[in-house]
Design a binder for this molecule. Structure first.
Ligand SMILES: [Zn+2]
Length: 108
């Protein structure tokens, strides 16, 4: 192929142009995409964990989706997804306890 910066002919497997030092786009991009499974961000796990603090039900669902996505992504975000499930479960238990205690206090 040819360098887009200076037009010099360069080998296809060369990362930088030997003449001007320009990074050769054709080489720089494919390796990054071929390993996408490891580097991809697990958005569901992150959003699930954040929402687990505010909206436990939604956070719980997103965390479960995030956990199944983590398996597809080679483990990326599985810790976050697990944390999201735990946090949302704790939230739900806390809400139930508050409701139970409130009812108990009203009953007294
Ligand atoms: Zn060049």
């Amino acid at each position: 192929m040819y360098c887009k910066n200076c037009g010099a002919h360069v080998d296809d497997d060369v990362r930088f142009c030997p003449k001007c030092g320009n990074r050769l786009k054709g080489y720089a991009q494919p390796p990054a995409q071929s390993q996408s499974g490891e580097n991809q961000t697990n958005t569901y796990a992150i959003v699930g964990l954040i929402l687990a603090f505010f909206i436990p039900i939604v956070g719980f669902i997103l965390s479960i989706v995030g956990l199944s996505k983590a398996k597809e992504l080679g483990g990326s975000g599985s810790g976050l997804a697990t944390a999201g499930i735990i946090v949302s479960l704790i939230d739900v238990v806390a809400v139930i306890l508050i409701v139970v205690v409130s009812i108990g206090l009203i009953a007294l």
